[in-house]
Design a protein around this ligand. Structure first.
Ligand code: AP5
Length: 221
């Protein structure tokens, strides 16, 4: 590993494209992609106690309690692939999680969150994006029926596994997730702006254009 570890937090509402962009950015920058939502879904698939607990909150569009979420991310960031840093997608989502992340980074590498790209997008687009999203069973690769379709319908281009629609992408649950985002996560925009690490990204363009804007913003950092 050369240079200081790089920890980048992607902020934005559900459906803004955080997962799509975090995967691409991780490959471009050589950083691990750490998604709290994907980690919870892995626990649900593995039928762990944490998975059972998380599912109750996720299915109704509520946040999983801070304590368990923070412990899960703390363990994930200790893994070898995060030594050079990580793109954090979906964490932190509350002020308590943001504070805990600061402490984790100090403990782990004496470092700070380097940059927080805030992916902005109109609310009307979010529902359209989430209702057309299909996700692969095996590795969570994300597609959209219209904007990013798989080559073979119903199959992941990358690992061939079947695609499914997330339970929490039903319109009423999506609207609840947006409400929860506005109440509990949106205040983090000001938190990171005041610390001088926030950069606003227009998320309403095609996927490659959003990626280019993100890479430019991170290179300028
Ligand atoms: P999580 O899985 O993190 O969901 P989310 O934040 O709601 O975000 P999404 O995954 O829905 O959207 P995204 O922004 O990643 O968009 P994507 O790239 O997929 O969390 C799920 C649940 O877990 C939460 O509700 C909560 O219960 C729990 N949870 C997770 N983290 C937690 C935490 N820290 N604390 C407590 N609880 C937590 O794109 C969406 C669609 O749009 C796709 O189909 C994609 O192909 C398409 N698309 C992407 N970009 C574009 C583009 N530029 N143009 C056109 N289409 C696009």
């Amino acid at each position: 590993m050369t240079g200081s570890p790089r920890f980048i937090v992607l902020l934005g509402p559900p459906g803004a494209g955080k997962g799509t962009q975090a995967r691409l950015l991780g490959e471009i920058l050589g950083l691990a992609h750490v998604s709290s939502g994907d980690l919870f879904r892995e626990h649900i698939r593995a039928r762990t106690d944490l998975g059972r607990l998380a599912q109750g909150y996720m299915d109704c569009g509520q946040l999983v309690p801070d304590e368990v979420t923070i412990a899960m991310i703390r363990n994930r960031l200790k893994q070898e692939d995060c030594r050079a840093g990580a793109i954090l997608d979906g964490f932190p989502r509350t002020p308590a999680q943001a504070q805990a992340l600061d402490q984790m980074l100090v403990d782990q590498c004496g470092c700070k969150v380097e940059r927080v790209p805030y992916v902005k997008i109109p609310e009307s687009t979010l529902v359209e994006r989430l209702s057309g999203r299909w996700t692969c069973q095996q590795n969570g690769h994300v597609y959209h029926l219209r904007f990013n379709p798989p080559i073979v319908p119903g199959k992941c281009d990358l690992d061939g596994s079947a695609l499914y629609q997330r339970e929490d992408d039903r319109e009423d649950t999506v609207r609840q997730r947006i409400r929860v985002y506005l109440e509990q996560t949106a205040p983090l925009v000001e938190h990171y702006r005041q610390r001088g690490v926030l950069v606003e990204i227009d998320g309403d363009g095609p996927i490659p254009e959003v990626s280019e804007a993100l890479v430019r913003a991170l290179q300028a950092a």
